[in-house]
Design a binder for this molecule. Structure first.
Ligand code: UD1
Length: 574
């Protein structure tokens, strides 16, 4: 990890941090910097986005004077609930600073006027800047370093600014599904040779999974929406923490690496924005196939010295990831694997289709029992990725919330039956063909109750977008989230825009209001980020969505596509 330490005693701090880096002075704009540390604070871009860094290690020496001053500043609205930068709470402090920056960024914050405000200047993309005593230009230069091309956090500084009130009108086509392509990239590891995927979305997660493949030894070449992957005979069977933290779905490499090399070392992914997200079913499934699994210092170490053997496996819950991990191991195992209660998502079906064209023998994809007859080897193929139902559904919700009319093309409406049904219940007019649908939004939606469930139930990844719509409904809706404990986290942001919501465990009661009002909000995850943008499309005034790198993880050209449909929206970079 590359640090830029911009404070007195920077070399000592850098030694403490144990990374490569620069001290005291910003690096050249083109240089790669992971985390910028200055005046006892860690720039939020590094900590919040990566989460791989130990916050305690990254806290500066004096406990964060600036943060403390800001904390005590009564003029900052809403009151900052984060404490000074001590220990692991620095993440919270940084969170607070980003929020404060968003809150008061447009205020006439004169540089150096008050200690708290030194963190709050209006310079776009500045987070935690401080007037470095010996280099007055430091904050500006630091910002440009943080946003330097090639750095993983450059996107963190961007914001999406939406001005509400326009009705969307037009046609949008969707790309391949994020949740399919990531696993299909991994599936390629099962066969040496040259593989090709088409309809690959240009999203951050695909790029990150590309890095995982590169680490394992495969070469990746992106050409528009096509991806060619050259898989070597010899693989490096590991995925380290720095990659797994950025790309949680990397855990899926466990199955294919075990199948190919009889060993794998993959960092335990830990929790994320949606909650704890255990992987017990992944590991139990692989153990049933004969793997020996240990957790060693945060790394899952799996070995199958005698190879893998088919087994009958009952999943407690139809987990998408566990189904995929088991499938990707079982295709090359000896004998037959019967997987009961597997996930039935369209992305699983598309993964099975890719594997079958590679020579695997998988039956029952999309049903509640899959049967895999292991084969000796697989061969590379070209495969077109199934359309992204969640991207399609997001544009459907965008039409609905803006009273607009949007035709979504190159999608499969059969993959969105439940979500389109609920939009219709809310008063949308929905028409559909084989590979398109059109949604016309009502003036004001009706309230709708729904519960998220595994496919073909209502997708948890469409819950925030639907809730944004229900926030302006003509009555009260009850939404139950059954998949993720922390999936309602974004509701606080939606409430800042005027939504009237209360939550009780996994239930949210949404009392529709007739207006939302634009304000600065933080995107806590991909879908919630998209939902906040949608809320902004309906809100009075303008909404500034920060932390938009989450949205980049799952949507190609989100801002441009919405703008092409008539939204008044722009991306603001540093
Ligand atoms: C995938 C999708 C994600 C989607 C989710 C559910 C990708 C990259 N991500 O995530 O966008 O929201 O499916 O549709 O495809 N669980 C366990 N133990 C396990 C595995 C899962 O308890 O071993 C729990 C999870 O915590 C969660 C539930 O099962 O509560 C569903 O998780 P799962 O279906 O595995 O989701 P992911 O594959 O992680």
């Amino acid at each position: 990890m590359a640090f830029l330490v911009g404070e007195t005693g920077g070399q000592e701090r850098l030694d403490d941090l144990g990374g490569e880096g620069h001290t005291g002075h910003p690096a050249a704009e083109t240089e790669h910097v992971d985390v910028v540390v200055f005046d006892a604070l860690v720039s939020g871009v590094g900590v919040r986005s990566l989460r791989g860094a130990h916050a305690a290690d990254l806290v500066g020496g004096d406990g964060g004077t600036g943060a403390r001053a800001a904390y005590d500043d009564p003029s900052i609205d809403p009151p900052i609930t984060h404490g000074p930068a001590d220990g692991r709470r620095v993440v919270g402090v940084v969170d607070g600073i980003i929020r404060m920056g968003a809150e008061v960024g447009d205020r006439d914050a004169v540089f150096g006027k008050r200690l708290g405000e030194r963190f709050l200047q209006s310079e776009t993309g500045m987070i935690g800047a401080y007037s470095y005593p010996h280099t007055p230009s430091f904050p500006k230069a630091a910002a440009s370093v943080v946003t330097s091309p090639g750095g993983p956090y450059n996107l963190a500084m961007d914001q999406i600014v939406v001005t509400g009130g326009t009705r969307l009108d037009g046609v949008v086509s969707v790309l391949g599904a994020k949740n399919a392509v990531l696993k299909q990239m991994v599936a390629m590891l099962l066969a040496p040779g040259t593989h090709r995927l088409t309809n690959v979305p240009g999203i951050l997660d695909v790029e990150l999974m590309g890095r995982v493949l590169n680490h394992i030894g495969a070469a990746t070449v992106f050409d528009g929406h096509a991806l060619t992957v050259e898989v070597p005979d010899e693989l490096r069977p590991e995925a380290p923490l720095e990659l797994v933290r950025q790309m949680r779905a990397s855990i899926i490499v466990l199955g294919p690496l075990l199948a190919r090399t009889r060993t794998a070392r993959v960092a335990f992914p830990g929790g994320d924005d949606l909650g704890a997200r255990p992987i017990d079913m992944h590991l139990a499934g692989l153990e049933a196939l004969g793997a020996e699994i240990e957790l060693e210092h945060g790394t899952v170490v799996a070995r199958a010295p005698n190879g893998l053997t088919g087994a009958e496996i009952d999943l407690d819950f139809p987990s998408v990831g566990a189904t995929e991990n088991i499938l990707l191991a079982a295709v090359l195992a000896r004998g037959t694997t019967v997987l009961n209660n597997p996930a039935r998502e369209p992305e699983i079906q598309d993964l099975a289709a890719q594997l079958n064209s590679m020579g695997a023998s998988i039956g029952g994809a999309g049903t509640s029992q899959m049967v895999v007859n292991g084969v000796g080897q697989l061969h590379p193929v070209d495969h077109g990725v199934v359309p992204d139902r969640l991207e399609a559904g997001t544009y459907a919700a965008a039409a609905a919330i803006t009273r607009g009319r949007v035709r979504v093309e190159k999608c499969d409406p059969a993959h969105l039956r439940m979500e389109l049904k609920k939009l219709a219940e809310a008063g949308c007019e929905v028409e559909r063909g084989d590979d398109w649908f059109e949604v016309r939004g009502p003036d004001r939606p009706r309230p709708v109750d729904f519960a998220t469930l595994p496919f073909p139930g209502f997708a948890t990844d469409m819950q925030p977008q639907m809730v944004a719509l229900l926030a302006i409904a003509s009555g009260t809706s009850v939404v139950t989230e059954n998949l993720y404990e922390a999936r309602f986290r974004y509701l606080g942001e939606l409430m800042r825009m005027g939504a009237d919501v209360t939550t009780e465990w996994q239930h949210a009661v949404i009392r529709g209001t007739d207006r939302l009002s634009g304000c600065p909000v933080l995107a806590p995850d991909i879908r919630a980020g998209a939902a906040l943008v949608l809320a902004g499309l309906r809100a009075d005034g303008y909404t500034i969505v920060s932390d938009v790198q989450h949205i980049d993880r799952g949507y190609e050209g989100f801002v441009d596509r919405l703008a092409a449909l008539g939204a008044v929206i722009e991306r603001r970079g540093a």
